[in-house]
Design a protein around this ligand. Structure first.
Ligand SMILES: Nc1ncnc2c1ncn2[C@@H]1O[C@H](COP(=O)(O)OP(=O)(O)OP(=O)(O)O)[C@@H](O)[C@H]1O
Length: 245
């Protein structure tokens, strides 16, 4: 079974220690979230795990065969239209052109992009549309491991729920493993099997929360209840510097 295993990971930018002695395991089919305050090192951890930054101390073992990443900022190629942006990863995998276009169109429609939008270039798209294109591009290759760096944070509530539901569908089919970073505890509870709480300066994992109920059965009542529970947890209160009322 594939897994991402991290042990005693410590990382610095210059003289500043950003992450200290991080350890966790993400098993195939699981969703693991990292939550914590801004600047705590979440993106740095994701970039290390995805191989975008070189490891300094500690161990990272990633045995997933394929992976992709969706970032908060869509990072579309400005000279390619919607469909070619989505198909870009398939081209790199050597998928024939006609199949690239067919798969890109299918996923674009599933993400509620319209035929009229397919020929548009990134500068002609709204923020929400760009985000959907970016998300479609990450998923079109059917990666075994998906890294999500706050991909929903700039979206309106309707669109956020829609994309989250799409992720929940994939999770239900056990088709994907997800490493997810977010500021949003409610979002993390909706989607995750496990949440790691990252305390800043230097970034350390101070607590792990686990959720047994399948994501497809987490209704609003469950999510609100679990959120309220987490928001009264002393580690969450201290890490996010929440004031008790
Ligand atoms: N390339 C870099 N060079 C130097 N310092 C960096 C670099 N990238 C990030 N940092 C610093 O590392 C720390 C952690 O940043 P990181 O982006 O990982 O945090 P984060 O928890 O993802 O924050 P946010 O939630 O705001 O995105 C910050 O102090 C940031 O200024």
């Amino acid at each position: 079974m594939a897994r991402l295993k991290v042990e005693h990971l410590t990382f610095s930018f210059g003289y500043k220690t950003i992450l200290e002695d991080i350890g966790f395991e993400l098993q195939e089919g699981e969703v693991l979230s990292v939550v914590g305050p801004s600047g705590g090192g979440k993106t740095t951890l994701l970039r290390l795990c995805a191989g975008l930054l070189d490891r300094q101390e500690g161990l990272i073992e990633n045995s997933f065969e394929t992976q992709s990443i969706a970032f908060q900022d869509p990072r579309l190629l400005p000279w390619k239209n919607v469909i070619d942006n989505i198909a870009f990863g398939l081209k790199a995998l050597g998928v024939p052109k006609s199949e690239q276009l067919q798969r890109a169109r299918e996923i674009a429609l599933r993400f509620d992009l319209e035929e009229d939008d397919f020929d548009k270039f990134p500068k002609e798209l709204s923020g929400g549309m760009s985000q959907r294109v970016s998300f479609a591009r990450a998923l079109v290759t059917k990666p075994d491991l998906l890294f999500l760096d706050e991909p929903f944070s700039a979206l309106d509530i309707g669109l956020k729920r829609e994309l989250q539901n799409h992720v929940i569908e994939l999770i239900g089919k056990k088709e994907i493993t997800i490493f997810f970073i977010t500021h949003d505890i409610m979002e993390a509870i909706r989607l995750s099997d496990k949440i790691l709480l990252l305390e800043p300066d230097p970034g350390r994992i101070v607590k792990t929360f686990t959720f047994d109920r399948p994501q497809s059965q987490r209704d609003d009542a469950y999510v609100y209840h679990e959120t309220a529970k987490l928001l009264s947890d002393p580690y969450i209160i201290e890490t996010f510097e929440l004031e008790l009322k």
